[in-house]
Write a protein that binds this ligand. Structure first.
Ligand code: ZN
Length: 263
């Protein structure tokens, strides 16, 4: 038996619990014996995570939910094996994540990044249910409100529990955000809306999917919103931008005689 290192009442995070970096954040939410996990991480850390859970004296048979914040391989590769170990637990997530993982889709989940030689296993998994904006997950007496916060990925969900928001890949402590990538289904205007929603909410703490937990700070989130807003009009993220004003400037210049000395 090992002591439970709760970050907040009823919330344990497995990297903090292990006191070493295992991978993406894996949150264990528990109440009255019932518990659930938000994300599971890679398959090769699954045994360590299950071992920690057992040693904290949670019964595997009491796991209600295995939640996917979205379908990226680093968040969910271990899902299939976790479901085999805990068959009573319901695998839930957004319908787009359910589709990607039922199909074993490799591009949108980052299992395959051919240009970088990245090619890793993506075990297919069938979800037991899909969840979306407005749904509520109940664990013991706890209620987790499901927020659909697309931007990084179409399937990105966040979960509000009182003053806590399990905020997925929306924003990290350094103001960085989850990868913006057209092939991943990223959507910059949607991303900005999701961040504005988080900024304007009265949650006090953000529990992200990567890196440390941090206090919600509207000024900090606004800096990130401002940065993403500039991306809307820059070529940096290709087809994720909504326009490129430089092309209009160029149009105007093309109809005049070009004079390098005046450029
Ligand atoms: Zn991620």
């Amino acid at each position: 038996m090992i002591p439970r290192r709760e970050l907040f009442p009823n919330v344990i995070e497995m990297n903090y619990q292990a006191r070493r970096r295992l991978g993406c954040c894996v949150y264990l939410v528990h109440d009255r014996g019932a518990w659930g996990l938000i994300d599971i991480g890679y398959e090769d850390t699954l045994d360590d995570i299950v071992d920690l859970i057992r040693k904290m004296d949670f019964r595997l048979a009491d796991c209600r939910y295995l939640v996917a914040t979205h379908a990226d391989v680093d968040h969910i590769q271990g899902l299939k094996r976790a479901k085999e170990i805990m068959p009573q637990a319901k695998v839930v997530g957004h319908r787009q994540a359910a589709r990607l993982l039922a199909e074993g889709e490799r591009i949108m989940t980052y299992a395959e990044i051919a240009a970088q030689g990245i090619s890793i296993d993506l075990p297919k998994v069938e979800f037991d249910g899909v969840i979306d904006e407005g749904d509520v997950l109940e664990i013991g007496g706890l209620k987790l409100d499901v927020w659909h916060t697309p931007g990084h990925a179409p399937a990105q969900l966040s979960f509000r529990m009182g003053e806590l928001l399990f905020s997925g890949d929306n924003i990290y402590r350094d103001g960085a955000v989850g990868n913006i990538d057209a092939h991943h289904g990223s959507d910059l205007p949607a991303f900005i809306k999701s961040l504005e929603r988080i900024r304007d909410s009265d949650v006090k703490w953000l529990l992200p999917s990567h890196g440390p937990v941090f206090r919600k700070d509207s000024v900090h989130i606004q800096k990130t919103i401002d940065r993403l807003t500039t991306y809307l009009h820059l070529a940096d993220f290709g087809t994720c931008a909504i326009d490129w004003p430089l092309l209009e400037e160029w149009d105007a210049e093309l109809v005049r005689d070009f004079d390098p000395a005046k450029a």
